[in-house]
Design a protein around this ligand. Structure first.
Ligand SMILES: [Zn+2]
Length: 262
């Protein structure tokens, strides 16, 4: 198996990219100046596409082919080098997770409304694999019965290609350190958001309390206490508890799908 994996690696780097642009291993502690320049140009090339797909509500299922169609061979090689990072090289809690099966069915959520500063705001469209969606709906029916309110999906499924884009997007916020960024944003192929067997949901309260803008308040929510008490009944677990290798994320829960026994 090791030999086969190595062979695929060689074929990829010698493929359409060409030897001149074969991806160098990245400087994980902090990108070098040439790498930062490549990152900037790559992000700039992708922003219009990602923004257009956000408006359409289809960004979370974007593919590598669609992203790479906008990039130069050098930028593609740079992007691919993030996919080649071995989780154990980078430390933290990273691990490779199963990719979505081709037959995965997705449910689109495009009418979610939250209150922000007293105003109703429509959330960006999210998608969930049908299994996780069904479990989420059952869990929310129980929460509504107990508390009279529910949590909404701020971020559901994100394809590995969209995860790569997000990783590139967040790198400057963590001073171009791949290791530090990885504590907050998983690498493509390692995110529970991109693996229906471990499908993650980032929750947001109906009052707009979420991880992105108001992380310290999420933990205080009654809904959060409810999840601790009952989420397991529906197959959901907190992924990044306090004191773990990844940053504490009280809003991020995953649903673990079990293969039915024959
Ligand atoms: Zn998350």
């Amino acid at each position: 198996m090791r030999l086969k994996a190595a062979l695929i690696g060689i074929l990829l780097s010698a493929g359409p990219i060409g030897p001149a642009f074969s991806a160098e291993p990245l400087s994980l502690d902090r990108l070098t100046e040439p790498e930062i320049a490549l990152l900037t140009s790559t992000r700039q090339a992708l922003v219009p596409l990602v923004d257009a797909r956000k408006r359409e509500g289809t960004v979370s299922t974007i593919t590598f082919e669609e992203l790479y169609a906008r990039l130069t061979p050098e930028q593609i090689a740079f992007a691919e080098s993030f996919r080649k990072i071995e989780p154990k090289e980078i430390g933290g809690a990273s691990r490779r997770l199963p990719a979505p099966a081709p037959e995965t069915q997705f449910v689109r959520l495009d009418r979610q409304v939250v209150l922000r500063e007293g105003k109703k705001v429509l959330l960006d469209t999210q998608v969930l694999p049908s299994g996780a969606h069904e479990a989420y709906e059952r869990m929310m029916a129980a929460m509504e019965a107990d508390l009279g309110r529910r949590l909404l999906v701020e971020s559901g499924y994100r394809s590995p290609a969209y995860q790569l884009y997000l990783f590139l997007f967040y790198l400057p916020k963590h001073d171009y350190s791949v290791r530090e960024t990885n504590r907050h944003v998983a690498l493509p192929g390692c995110s529970e958001h991109g693996s229906p067997a471990f499908q993650a949901i980032d929750f947001i309260s109906a009052g707009g309390i979420n991880g992105e803008d108001r992380p310290e308040e999420f933990e205080e929510l009654q809904e959060y206490g409810w999840l601790h008490a009952r989420a397991r009944e529906f197959g959901f677990q907190l992924s990044y508890p306090r004191g773990g290798e990844s940053a504490f994320e009280p809003w991020h829960w995953h649903w673990h799908w079990e293969e039915p026994r024959a």
